[in-house]
Design a protein around this ligand. Structure first.
Ligand code: TYD
Length: 212
């Protein structure tokens, strides 16, 4: 694969979406072909699945149903958008990917991280990111950054759920420290942006992209 695959992960209110956008904007400015996308969503089918997943009215959704919907969205995304872009040699930046399911459904919903990892493999043709940024913040800080009026179905979950999600993410980062880069999400936005840019530049250099 000629392209470069970069993902952002973290609990709600961590600032990962902002960092994903800042990175994509920076790459564009430098004339490096890139796409920014998100999960759940990213395709027409995926965005329809997203609205089912986040609808607060769907409070009766079983945890397994939830898992399969996230995986369905991901499968469509990978095959319709991510793999083609990587084949064209682009940088693909995703706001959430496979680790979200391991942390939220495996850890948060307690369906088991191993099971979710196996299903992820099936849904992604075993496609792994070249680099994943885990923007970590304590759950309480993340929640304070969100406005209560706008909470979606998952954001309405109790604090203990989000603590399990965070701990699951941190375990993954400890297991794969080379690929999963842990960032302190309580730092100022500009500082994080610079850290991300430095690590991405190193990766691009290694891959022979953006050299000028
Ligand atoms: P997102 O729009 O990224 O929410 P935010 O960035 O505001 O936290 O994701 C929507 C929700 O979906 C979020 O609560 C995390 C959850 N999620 C899962 O539970 N499993 C998954 O596999 C993914 C991709 C997201």
């Amino acid at each position: 694969m000629r392209g470069v695959f970069i993902t952002f992960e973290g609990v709600e209110g961590s600032g990962k979406s902002t960092q994903a956008k800042l990175l994509a904007r920076n790459l564009e400015r430098r004339g490096i072909g890139c796409i920014l996308s998100r999960e759940p969503g990213g395709t027409g089918i995926g965005e329809s699945i997203r609205s089912v997943l986040l609808d607060p009215d769907n409070s009766s959704m079983d945890a397994r149903t939830e898992l399969f919907l996230y995986l369905a969205s991901r499968n469509q995304h990978v095959r319709e958008k991510v793999l083609p872009a990587l084949r064209e040699g682009r940088v693909v930046v995703l706001d959430r990917y496979a680790e979200s399911s391991v942390a939220y459904q495996g850890g948060g919903r307690e369906l088991g991280e191993k099971l979710v990892s196996r299903l992820n493999k099936f849904a992604t043709a075993a496609l792994k990111p070249d680099m994943t940024f885990l923007v970590d913040v304590p759950v309480a800080i993340g929640r304070r950054r969100k406005r209560t009026a706008e909470l979606d179905r998952l954001e309405q979950e109790r604090v203990e759920f989000h603590e399990r999600v965070r701990n699951s993410y941190l375990r993954m980062a400890r297991r794969a420290p080379k690929r999963i880069r842990l960032l302190d999400g309580t730092k100022p936005e500009e500082e994080l942006e610079a850290e991300v840019r430095n690590m991405v530049d190193e990766l691009l250099l290694k891959k022979g992209i953006g050299r000028r």
